[in-house]
Design a binder for this molecule. Structure first.
Ligand code: FES
Length: 107
Protein backbone atom coordinates (compact mmCIF):
# COMPACT_ATOMS: atom_id res chain seq x y z
CA UNK A 1 0.00 0.00 0.00
CA UNK A 2 1.35 3.43 -0.96
CA UNK A 3 2.21 5.86 1.81
CA UNK A 4 0.50 9.22 1.82
CA UNK A 5 3.16 11.90 1.39
CA UNK A 6 2.79 15.43 2.69
CA UNK A 7 4.69 18.05 0.69
CA UNK A 8 5.63 21.20 2.64
CA UNK A 9 7.12 24.30 1.02
CA UNK A 10 9.76 25.41 3.53
CA UNK A 11 9.68 29.06 2.43
CA UNK A 12 6.18 29.20 3.93
CA UNK A 13 7.67 28.49 7.39
CA UNK A 14 10.50 30.95 8.08
CA UNK A 15 10.84 29.53 11.61
CA UNK A 16 12.58 26.53 10.03
CA UNK A 17 15.28 28.64 8.41
CA UNK A 18 17.15 29.04 11.70
CA UNK A 19 18.77 26.31 13.81
CA UNK A 20 16.43 25.18 16.56
CA UNK A 21 13.32 26.52 14.85
CA UNK A 22 10.10 24.52 14.88
CA UNK A 23 6.53 24.75 13.68
CA UNK A 24 3.33 22.81 14.26
CA UNK A 25 1.60 22.53 10.90
CA UNK A 26 -2.08 23.34 10.91
CA UNK A 27 -4.15 20.43 9.69
CA UNK A 28 -1.95 17.41 9.03
CA UNK A 29 -0.89 16.74 12.62
CA UNK A 30 2.81 17.19 12.01
CA UNK A 31 5.50 19.10 13.91
CA UNK A 32 8.64 20.09 11.98
CA UNK A 33 11.86 20.74 13.89
CA UNK A 34 15.22 22.10 12.69
CA UNK A 35 18.20 20.73 14.66
CA UNK A 36 20.32 23.25 16.54
CA UNK A 37 23.74 21.89 15.61
CA UNK A 38 23.67 20.15 12.23
CA UNK A 39 20.43 21.75 11.09
CA UNK A 40 18.79 18.41 10.34
CA UNK A 41 15.07 18.76 9.66
CA UNK A 42 12.85 16.21 11.41
CA UNK A 43 9.11 15.55 11.39
CA UNK A 44 7.07 14.17 14.27
CA UNK A 45 3.46 13.25 14.75
CA UNK A 46 1.78 15.84 16.94
CA UNK A 47 -0.07 13.11 18.83
CA UNK A 48 1.07 13.15 22.44
CA UNK A 49 2.49 9.74 23.43
CA UNK A 50 1.15 10.19 26.96
CA UNK A 51 -2.56 10.21 26.10
CA UNK A 52 -2.90 9.95 22.32
CA UNK A 53 -6.64 10.66 22.27
CA UNK A 54 -6.27 13.76 24.38
CA UNK A 55 -2.99 15.60 23.86
CA UNK A 56 -1.40 17.37 20.90
CA UNK A 57 2.17 18.61 20.77
CA UNK A 58 2.55 22.33 20.20
CA UNK A 59 5.47 24.72 19.71
CA UNK A 60 5.97 27.41 22.36
CA UNK A 61 8.06 30.53 22.73
CA UNK A 62 11.14 32.02 21.14
CA UNK A 63 13.13 28.83 21.80
CA UNK A 64 10.44 26.72 20.07
CA UNK A 65 9.87 24.35 22.97
CA UNK A 66 7.93 21.19 22.06
CA UNK A 67 5.27 20.67 24.71
CA UNK A 68 1.88 19.11 25.24
CA UNK A 69 -0.27 21.52 27.25
CA UNK A 70 -2.37 18.81 28.91
CA UNK A 71 0.23 17.55 31.43
CA UNK A 72 3.25 19.58 30.26
CA UNK A 73 5.37 16.79 28.86
CA UNK A 74 8.23 18.28 26.82
CA UNK A 75 10.60 16.93 24.15
CA UNK A 76 13.96 17.78 22.67
CA UNK A 77 14.81 18.47 19.01
CA UNK A 78 15.16 14.74 18.29
CA UNK A 79 11.80 13.92 19.88
CA UNK A 80 13.38 12.55 23.03
CA UNK A 81 11.60 13.04 26.37
CA UNK A 82 12.90 16.03 28.28
CA UNK A 83 12.37 17.18 31.85
CA UNK A 84 10.87 15.26 34.74
CA UNK A 85 7.42 14.56 33.34
CA UNK A 86 7.86 13.07 29.87
CA UNK A 87 8.44 9.32 29.67
CA UNK A 88 7.97 8.47 25.98
CA UNK A 89 9.48 9.91 22.77
CA UNK A 90 7.54 11.53 19.96
CA UNK A 91 6.82 9.35 16.94
CA UNK A 92 9.18 10.40 14.15
CA UNK A 93 7.95 10.42 10.55
CA UNK A 94 10.17 9.74 7.55
CA UNK A 95 11.21 12.99 5.93
CA UNK A 96 13.27 13.94 2.90
CA UNK A 97 14.33 17.57 2.43
CA UNK A 98 15.14 18.66 -1.10
CA UNK A 99 14.58 21.55 -3.46
CA UNK A 100 13.17 23.81 -0.74
CA UNK A 101 10.56 21.25 0.25
CA UNK A 102 10.04 18.65 2.94
CA UNK A 103 8.43 15.40 1.83
CA UNK A 104 6.93 13.63 4.83
CA UNK A 105 5.47 10.13 4.91
CA UNK A 106 2.30 10.20 6.96
CA UNK A 107 0.97 7.16 8.74
S1 FES B 1 -1.78 14.18 27.29
FE1 FES B 1 0.01 15.14 26.62
S2 FES B 1 1.20 15.31 28.40
FE2 FES B 1 -0.53 14.21 29.04
Amino acid sequence: MAQEVLRVRLADHPQLARPGGAVALKGPGVVLVRGKNKGTLRAFSNVCPHKPKKGRVKVYGEDCQLRCPVHDWTWGRKGQPKGKQAKKPLRELRLVERGGEALIELG
